[in-house]
Design a protein around this ligand. Structure first.
Ligand code: GTP
Ligand code: MG
Length: 387
């Protein structure tokens, strides 16, 4: 840097030459710098203005996608200051929800769930429907990978003005993610989306969670690739309102038909997920679009039947009740596990069980006593504080 003027600062060692890092460049002078207010303005405009609950509610009802996305961010935030605001938004939008068709889609990784959603979503958009896609990913707090994957796999859909794609909420246990997803679903309904598609990867509890917030639950399977009938648990089949054998294209179509027949045979003996509705296997190709239309027609028929029989309303009420119960259980668990008066002695008793010094039944009795005393003390303290 021969042209840059430098100087020797006073702390440079006596007699040090320029190889030693002891020459410093001149800084920017006051006259060269942008005026202070301009800088501040730049910072200000980069950050969107704070919105009140009323602003969010009005924005969501106006179907402003940006406001909807921001409202969901508030709901998903783990910060205490956002909790009240989030609840106010949900409360205000609650009367405007409930009008969408809620569909859950599960399946092993790579079965083609996202591709199926893209194909179905585009079909619905072409029919003039508005579509929201949500994801519930139990591992999202660990691997943030699926977020990008889903956006790129739904490339066409993500460009549509009538579509809204929201990746999985990150952070928290599945219980927390489930609460956020249910509220997000409500917000999307209030924003006028006619169909809400919820994708979840088929591992463990996430399927049960998604089943408990949708009207229709669909399992995407593929033929061969180790995903044959034996690999699918009976319990999982009993959650589904339809099985979709995807990738029924090219040389794979024949095999898909065989798989479909196999599933139908098994399904015949299982208890259906929805009373009065026979769960059946279907084939489709999310790549060519073949069979997608028929699957939507089936979902539509299901919804009609459920509405007429009153089962839709009953299922949704039941789902609301179990939502409240889940949240209550989470609260109680936190109350017990987060209470130091309980946690310490409980740990000691557990250690005694491990060491064979206390029997499990005796341990339970002691732990119950500790919990009861701990909670009683906690509520007495609270009452004192409130006075
Ligand atoms: N031939 C064929 N390939 C398909 C079809 N549907 C999906 N694929 C391919 O299968 C791969 C996985 O598809 P995705 O839609 O990402 O699968 P996914 O179930 O959402 O996967 P995860 O989100 O990772 O669990 C991609 O390479 C798709 O192009 C289909 O109907 N036919
Ligand atoms: Mg996917």
């Amino acid at each position: 840097m021969p042209d840059t003027p430098t100087y020797k600062p006073e702390w440079a060692p006596e007699g040090a030459d320029d190889k030693f890092a002891s020459r410093v460049m001149y800084g920017v002078t006051e006259s060269e710098r942008e005026p202070h207010s301009v800088q501040q303005e730049a910072v200000k405009s980069a950050r969107p203005p704070e919105l009140t609950a009323a602003d969010y509610i009005e924005g969501v009802l106006r179907r402003d996608r940006m406001i909807l996305a921001r409202a969901i961010t508030v709901i998903e935030s783990n910060a205490a200051k956002h909790f009240e605001l989030g609840q106010e938004i949900v409360q205000g939008l609650l009367p405007h929800g409930g009008k969408a068709v809620r569909v859950g889609i599960t399946g092993v990784p790579g079965a083609g769930k996202s591709t199926f959603i893209e194909a179905l979503g585009m079909r619905l958009i072409q029919k003039g429907q508005r579509v929201a896609v949500l994801a519930v990913d139990p591992s999202s707090s660990l691997s943030k990978g699926s977020i990008l994957g889903d956006k790129t796999r739904m490339e066409q859909l993500s460009k549509e003005a009538g579509a809204f794609i929201r990746p999985s909420p990150s952070g928290g246990t599945l219980g927390g993610v489930a609460r956020k997803s249910r509220e997000t679903l409500l917000l999307c309904e209030a924003a006028g989306y006619d169909v809400i598609l919820v994708e979840t990867v088929g591992v463990g509890q996430s399927e049960t969670t998604v089943r408990s917030m949708v009207d229709f639950f669909l399992t995407v399977v593929i033929t061969g690739a180790g995903d044959d009938l034996q690999g699918i648990k009976k319990g999982i089949l009993e959650l589904a309102d339809a099985i979709v054998v995807n990738k029924a294209d090219g040389a794979n179509k024949q095999k898909a038909l065989v798989t479909q027949a196999d599933y139908n045979q098994v399904l015949h003996y299982l208890r259906p997920a929805t009373e009065g509705w026979q769960t059946q296997a279907h084939i489709c190709s999310s790549l060519t679009g073949e069979g997608i239309g028929e699957i939507w027609e089936m979902i539509f028929r299901f919804m009609e039947q459920m509405r007429q029989s009153g089962q839709l309303e009953a299922r949704r009420q039941q789902q609301n009740l179990s939502w409240v119960r889940d949240m209550t259980n989470q609260y109680v668990q936190k109350l017990i596990e987060g209470n130091p008066v309980i946690a310490g002695p409980r740990h000691a008793i557990e250690q005694a069980v491990l060491a064979g010094k206390t029997s499990p039944t005796a341990a339970l009795r002691q732990i119950i006593e500790i919990i009861e005393n701990g909670l009683a003390a906690c509520f007495t303290d609270q009452a004192k504080n409130e006075k």
